[in-house]
Design a protein around this ligand. Structure first.
Ligand code: ADP
Ligand code: MG
Length: 572
């Protein structure tokens, strides 16, 4: 090298990765440090990024995914090679399945050694492994390509149907140097990363004609609708149309669950009886019984309109009579436009019937929510939390478990968009603490995480992370001594406990105490409500161990039908 070249200002791979992320408005990294990305995290922090270190990559990955969902910017998860990468992969696959934009960035080992399988430190062909589990996967080998690599990753994550992207950065890349001027030129600011996709006018007319012809129309709002952040337009569409709507789990609160057109508590009835169903950002997957079978009306009696950004989602399970392909904001605006002034509300016989069923179901549930049973049952405990959320509609609710999930979903009303974060399309356990951390960081709002005792265990160690960053997160563990319930016995009669049973009366609250947080044991709905309110008022990291009757709870909650049954199980 000539003297001139050494005196020239240089940059390196570390700096370019951080500069490229910052240039694109990405200011937070979720991850776990280690070889070869420890210095990347340090430098990111030095250069003003927020770097949140977790105890396990899966939780960091879930955090990045939900950050993407909440902000429409890809959440970034940073991991070490092979095992760290694999730990993050669950979250990447889950993000892709749920249509959340995230980028998993993993360091990797020496390409030359990996490709010849010569046994490098943490050797693995990570790019090949990741490819089948995400929307797109890229590897960058040269420092001057980092800008393009990150631009491609961002665009792939957020454009069209959002999803997970893998970015492979070999260890050697970070130390590569190029001139600072060339480095600066190589960065790419992604313009309009998620362009609007305007629906075709004839598709809008087709959808409106079908909707007009309906006697018993229904709108189903999915988490795609919540993600789209077209809240006002969606509300205007629902209200102008006068059509009853059903929110999917994470779409709860897009309109308040107490809205007069909500058919949430009349779910079985509306799915069976509607004649025209308009899906907005919701897929006809298992969560909607694939649009057929005994949940729905007789075959051929129901017609579907579907709004989705992904053209191939149409006809995935049943015929879609009026596909409306485009982004939800544009599609809903076009529909509203087409409705104009002369729009006729749906027949009153239908809306009255839906409202009557909903009100009857709500009335049936009301007394159960006042239950003061000791030990608590799900209804008593959730009745208390329902009241908390009602009084604090802007807090974020994270929810996982089996019974804890199913009951909370129907009992706790939501009032604002994107405030309910849960197990999503896969019904995955383990999202709890990752989602809670990112929700607190991204929104600055208090978070209430309502966790089954089993579900909590998948990410429970992150209680230390919550304490370390002093986040306003209140975790409530619904402790019924086991998976589904705590009363199972070993059918073989041996001394081991049953497969679904945990240590009895575990003192989960001590986990928070171990890290300087607030740990509370709640035995009654009143104690629970008081402790949650205090946690949310003070913003102090809190873990509440809520004792639930170990006999409460049913196998697999509301999806027991998905269990193949053994002869052993049938005998019970
Ligand atoms: P839910 O589980 O709540 O029913 P799904 O995850 O099944 O929701 O469906 C979400 C759908 O929303 C996906 O098919 C996805 O393609 C779609 N989607 C996501 N974002 C947008 C958007 N901005 N515009 C249109 N459709 C979107
Ligand atoms: Mg349990």
């Amino acid at each position: 090298m000539s003297t001139d070249a050494t005196e020239e200002t240089l940059t390196d791979g570390f700096n370019l990765v951080i500069d490229a992320l910052k240039l694109n408005g990405i200011s937070t990294i979720y991850g776990v440090p280690g070889i070869p990305i420890t210095d990347l995290g340090r430098l990111a922090q030095a250069k003003g990024m927020r770097v949140i270190s977790f105890r396990h990559e899966q939780n960091a990955g879930h955090a990045a995914a939900i950050a993407g969902y909440l902000t429409q910017k890809p959440g970034v998860c940073l991991t070490v090679s092979a095992p760290g990468f694999l730990n993050g992969l669950t979250a990447l696959a889950n993000a892709t399945t749920n249509c959340f934009p995230m980028i998993l960035i993993s360091g990797s080992s020496e390409r030359e050694i990996v490709d010849l399988q010569q046994g490098d430190y943490e050797e693995m062909d990570q790019l090949a492994v990741a490819k089948t589990m995400c929307k797109a996967a890229f590897r960058v080998l040269h420092a001057q390509d980092i800008g393009i690599g990150i631009a491609r990753a961002i665009r792939a994550a957020v454009s069209g149907r959002p999803g997970g992207v893998y970015l492979d950065l070999p260890a050697k890349l970070f130390a590569q140097t190029i001139s600072a001027a060339e480095g600066a030129r190589s960065l790419v600011k992604v313009i309009d990363p998620a362009p609007r996709q305007i629906p075709a006018p004839e598709a809008v007319t087709r959808a409106l004609d079908l909707l007009k012809s309906a006697e018993r129309p229904l709108i189903i709002l999915g988490k795609g609708a919540a993600y789209a952040q077209a809240d006002d337009a969606i509300r205007a569409l629902v209200e102008t149309s006068g059509i009853p709507y059903l929110p999917m789990s994470m779409a709860k609160g897009l309109l308040p669950d107490t809205h007069p057109q909500s058919a949430g508590a009349a779910r079985s009835m509306v799915l069976k009886d509607a004649d025209v169903v308009m899906l907005i950002g919701a897929r006809l997957n298992w969560l909607l019984s694939h649009g057929k079978g005994k949940t729905w009306g007789a075959p051929g009696t129901q017609k579907f309109i579907q709004i989705d950004i992904q053209p191939t989602e149409m006809d995935s399970n049943v015929e879609i009579r009026a596909p409306l392909v485009g982004d939800i904001g544009s599609c809903v605006a076009a529909l509203l436009d087409g409705m104009g002034k002369g729009w006729k509300a749906p027949p009153e016989a239908w809306t009255t019937a839906v409202n009557a069923r909903r009100d009857a179901n709500l009335a049936k549930m009301a007394p159960q929510l006042m239950s003061n049973a000791n030990p608590m049952n799900f209804h008593g405990a959730l009745g208390a939390l329902r009241q908390v959320v009602k009084e604090r509609p802007d807090i974020i609710l994270v929810n996982e478990g089996a019974n804890t999930l199913d009951f909370a979903r129907s009992i706790i009303d939501m009032y604002q968009p994107r405030k309910r974060l849960d197990v999503g399309t896969w019904g995955v356990m383990g999202i709890g603490m990752g989602y809670a951390v990112a929700a607190a960081i991204e929104t600055g709002k208090p978070v209430l995480a309502v966790e089954g005792d089993s579900a909590f265990g998948f990410s429970g160690m992150e209680i230390e992370t919550i304490c370390r960053y002093n986040l306003p997160v209140c975790v409530v563990v619904f402790n019924n001594n086991g998976i589904y319930r705590g009363t199972d016995v070993n059918p073989g009669g041996g001394s081991d406990v049953a497969t679904t049973v945990f240590v009895k009366n575990a003192q989960y609250e001590m986990l928070a105490q171990a890290f300087g947080g607030n740990g509370v044991h709640a035995r009654t709905p009143y104690e629970l409500m008081r402790a949650v309110n205090e946690a949310l008022d003070t913003g102090r990291p809190t873990l509440i161990n809520a004792t639930i009757d170990e006999r409460a709870g049913t196998e697999s909650g509301r999806i027991a039908n998905l269990n193949p049954q053994s002869a052993l199980s049938k005998k019970k």
